[in-house]
Design a protein around this ligand. Structure first.
Ligand code: G3P
Length: 299
């Protein structure tokens, strides 16, 4: 699995690069905003150049517009301005830029088609469904970024597992427990009813059957699995970037599923290396080193 770092903060990118495990970088307007807040004495343009020079792998830069014409224009501007630096610019295009009534749902897809035909690599972002990923691949996207953390957020709320936004962002969404809550609710509702009542008349039961899934998708990881199935069946060359990752457990599950790429926040990459039994073992090994052994280690 390739590892990208999901940040625009140059210190984090340089650090991850120095560890020798970094394959690329993804940014978006929110991550650039965070970086700008921490920037000193450097223009944003020079800052982006530094990011591109730091990594010998794809660096995603996102457009800001939302209609086909603006997005194609901005994509070309970004590409022309920055791709010569290290030949590693990938343009991020939102899959669906719909914001107001009357907007076209396909502005993003059309943009991807045009840019891909002109040889500009596109990372199609804000993917929340397998159908969107199918469209992006058909339009020629080099990468798609399904947002697994945000799907989990959506399901948590839909199931009433959390109230408001007030829960730790890095907490793992327990898909299996959510399904058990659903089954429990169903058992409660099914009690004292005949099969006919349940099958044909009970709206509440029908509603609970739909509970805990987003059109048949049971978690962010499930969305990624579904996209992988579709791409494999039709031999699409589009690579899947697991995005909106919030914790190390999600990274492990992505790796087990054989995801092409995970784009991971810097703090989560750090967490991937931590286990208290490793620290405990390390302390014990250091304590046990005998002088004779230390002698051998000298050159
Ligand atoms: O890669 C997309 C990512 O930056 C969004 O993450 O945690 O805001 O959903 P998050």
């Amino acid at each position: 699995m390739k590892i990208f770092v999901d940040t625009a903060i140059i210190e984090e990118i340089k650090k991850a690069e120095s560890w020798g495990i970094l394959d690329g970088v993804t940014t978006n307007p929110s991550l650039i905003k965070k970086a700008v807040d921490s920037m000193e004495d450097i223009s944003l343009e020079d800052y982006i150049v530094e990011i591109l020079k730091t990594v010998d792998g794809p660096v995603s830069l996102e457009v800001a517009g939302s209609c086909y014409r603006d997005m194609v224009k901005e994509a070309k501007t970004l590409y022309d301005k920055f791709n010569d630096v290290n030949d590693n610019v990938v343009i991020k295009i939102p899959v669906n830029t719909y914001m107001e009534k009357g907007d076209d749902n396909f502005e993003g897809i059309r943009t991807i088609k045009t840019l891909s035909e002109e040889g500009i690599q596109v990372n199609c972002t804000l993917i929340m469904s397998s159908n969107q990923a199918l469209m992006a691949a058909k339009a020629g996207a080099a990468y798609v970024s399904p947002f697994l953390g945000r799907i989990d957020d959506h399901l948590r709320h839909a199931m009433g597992l959390v109230k408001g936004e007030d829960y730790p962002k890095d907490i793992y969404y327990p898909e299996d427990i959510a399904q058990r809550v659903r089954d429990y609710k169903l058992m409660e509702l099914l009690e004292d009813r005949t099969p006919d009542e349940v099958l044909y008349n009970d709206q509440e039961v029908m509603r609970i059957f739909d509970w805990g899934n987003d059109n048949g998708i049971y978690s962010g990881l499930d969305l990624i699995w579904s996209i992988q199935q579709i791409y494999e069946k039709y031999d699409f060359s589009t690579e899947v970037i697991a995005a909106s990752i919030r914790n190390a457990r999600q990274v492990r599950l992505c790796a087990e599923m054989g995801v092409d790429i995970s784009t991971i926040p810097f703090n989560v990459i750090e967490n991937m290396m931590v286990h208290y039994k490793t620290s405990e073992g390390m302390k014990a090994f250091c304590k046990d080193v005998v002088p004779e052994y230390r002698e051998i280690l000298k050159d």
